[in-house]
Design a protein around this ligand. Structure first.
Ligand code: PHE
Length: 344
């Protein structure tokens, strides 16, 4: 084959290959193979020395043309490649502004938290401090300091989860009372909200974990009138001013006298319905005048000071307030249930 023919062949082959390549790397390989220092065109030009003086400029010109053609073809292919890549990127990065947005669901407070916060507000406005007590409590603070020595029959009132001889899960927020009285000197005015535990079977109205809010007031000259006034005001704030409040005699080892407090059913106004089980009343708390033994045990002289205490059942308050038929709903974290309280 003559040099001229070889050049023509290189040109044709090169152009064909440049029409048909997969990616930038292959394009570069083609370029190097034809136009590189060790490429096919250079190899031909090295044979120029064998040509005659007349032939040399002619072939030289043809070789130049072939180089220019191939270079132009490489350039064109490069541009096509860039355009293709750009089109691909644009397609990939396209934002469809007509697509619906991704909505981020809003959280809300648990109904128990809503009620607890409301109670805290009410008692804070009456001058009470909020205190916290441990859920893992000693036998002493949960029972003994509250006038319930070991083997006292009153222990049967509450079925306790023991964690050892002297450690237990508190059965009542009353456990916070003695802790506060030991540390503070009267006047004392505190509420202590929190979780409590009893070994109860689970059903629609019982749960082994539930919530209370303890209240304690100790000062000179505190009487049952103060207790009644304070709890009546609380009941009216939470249930409305038309709500009736009833004090029934009761028994707690750490208060004397003791009462249980009912409010007229907010659902039926006292006529009797499903919520109040036909009685017209809903029991919301236990209370009483702090037993002198309890004051004395915490270093407070019962001849100088007196006080009252109360323990509000938060779960009952929550279920009656929102007409929740089963206490278990408060603990199962069913999103469909919780969503109903969003924004309250
Ligand atoms: N701790 C009692 C209970 O859980 C309630 C209570 C608190 C009663 C304070 C009197 C005074 O049943």
């Amino acid at each position: 084959m003559s040099i001229r023919e070889q050049l023509e062949e290189i040109k044709q082959n090169g152009l064909r290959e440049l029409e048909n390549f997969a990616d930038a790397k292959e394009l570069d390989n083609i370029r190097v193979r034809y136009l590189g220092k060790k490429g096919e065109l250079t190899a031909i030009l090295k044979q120029m020395g064998k040509l005659s003086a007349e032939e040399r400029p002619v072939i030289g010109q043809i070789a130049n043309e072939v180089r220019q053609t191939l270079e132009a073809a490489v350039q064109k292919s490069l541009e096509t490649l860039k355009e293709k890549e750009m089109a691909l990127r644009l397609a990939k990065e396209t934002v469809d502004v007509t697509l619906p947005g991704e909505s981020k669901p809003l959280g809300g407070l648990h109904p128990l938290s809503i009620v607890q916060n409301e109670l805290i507000d009410i008692f804070q406005s009456m001058g009470f401090d909020i205190v916290d007590g441990p859920e893992v409590e000693t036998d002493y603070y949960c029972f003994e300091a509250l006038n319930v020595p070991k083997d006292h029959p009153a222990r049967d009132m509450q079925d306790t989860f023991y964690l050892g001889d002297n450690l237990l899960l508190r059965t009542q927020t009353s456990a916070a009372q003695a802790r506060v009285m030991e540390k503070r000197t009267p006047p004392i005015r505190i509420v202590c909200p929190g979780r409590v535990y009893r070994a109860d079977e689970v059903d629609a109205t019982h749960s082994p974990v539930f919530h209370q809010m303890e209240g304690l007031v100790v000062d000179k000259g505190i009487t049952m009138c103060d207790l009644k006034g304070c709890l009546e005001q609380f009941a009216h704030e939470i249930y409305g001013p038309e709500t009736k409040v009833r004090f029934r005699p009761s028994f707690f080892p750490f208060t004397e006298p003791s009462v249980e407090v009912d409010v007229s059913c907010s659902e039926c106004g006292g006529k009797g319905c499903r919520i109040c089980k036909g009685t017209g009343w809903i029991e919301i708390l236990g209370a009483g005048m702090v037993h002198p033994n309890v004051l004395r045990g915490c270093g407070i002289d019962p001849d100088v000071y007196s006080g009252f205490a109360f323990g509000i059942g938060l779960d009952r308050l929550t279920t009656t307030r929102y007409k929740i038929s089963d206490i278990r709903l408060l603990f199962e974290n069913d999103q469909r249930f919780l969503d109903q309280f969003q924004g309250r």
